[in-house]
Design a protein around this ligand. Structure first.
Ligand SMILES: [Fe+2]
Length: 209
């Protein structure tokens, strides 16, 4: 077996044991969306799509939301952790270093994108959240958290890809209502601050997400 096939098999075996019900479907579905967005995606992109969330399948190693004050910092730690786990698997399988480096870079950027290849992984992942994950997420997390996640997930998609998500449909009316809330602006806090304006003290408001 070659090193790429070895890596894919190891990733699938780890994710198959995940306690998160939708993890295997999401991994395969993200790979499927990547190949729809870019039919000639190379092996590094395919491994990244399949393994981008691998850390979530490993209870002893996964990062926990409760340990982070904000969602984006949590997601960045999740991405780095998945990249590290994949690096070890690829080393075991004998993947050449340059190839492994490309995969870990893609996975470490999968939440935010930042270059054309990482944007493709981010978009495939983002579409798959709406295609596969959202109903499971709702069962676990409830209305408010799923709404927040939908708004966050929709905003991170690249402009052209948002159109793909427009066609999603769910058999459950509650899920459809929730899905329609994806356009909402995130909740913002109003900060009231005393501000020296010339010789006078004025008051101004700032909106922060
Ligand atoms: Fe994902």
């Amino acid at each position: 077996m070659d090193s790429i096939e070895c890596t894919k098999q190891r990733i699938r075996a780890v994710i198959a044991a995940s306690k998160v019900q939708e993890d295997s479907r999401h991994a395969e579905n993200t790979l499927g969306w990547l190949l729809r967005l870019k039919p000639d995606a190379d092996e590094t992109m395919q491994i990244a799509a399949l393994g981008h969330d691998i850390e979530r399948a490993l209870d002893a190693r996964k990062v926990k939301r409760a340990d982070f004050t904000d969602y984006d910092t949590f997601k960045a730690a999740h991405a780095r952790n998945s990249a590290e786990i994949l690096r070890a698997i690829m080393e075991d399988c004998g993947v050449p270093q340059e190839t492994a480096g490309q995969v870990t870079l893609l996975v470490s950027r999968h939440e935010t994108g930042g270059d054309p290849r990482a944007d493709l992984i981010k978009n495939a992942d983002g579409i798959s959240y709406f295609h596969v994950n959202m109903p499971f997420y709702y069962q676990r997390e409830g209305w408010e958290e799923t709404k927040r996640r939908c708004v966050w997930g929709y905003r991170r998609l690249s402009a052209g890809v948002k159109k793909i998500v427009e066609d999603m449909a769910y058999p459950d009316e509650e899920l459809m209502r929730l899905y329609k809330r994806r356009y909402e602006r995130p909740i913002r806090k109003i900060r009231l601050t005393l501000h020296p304006s010339g010789n006078r003290l004025g008051i101004f408001f700032s909106l922060t997400s």
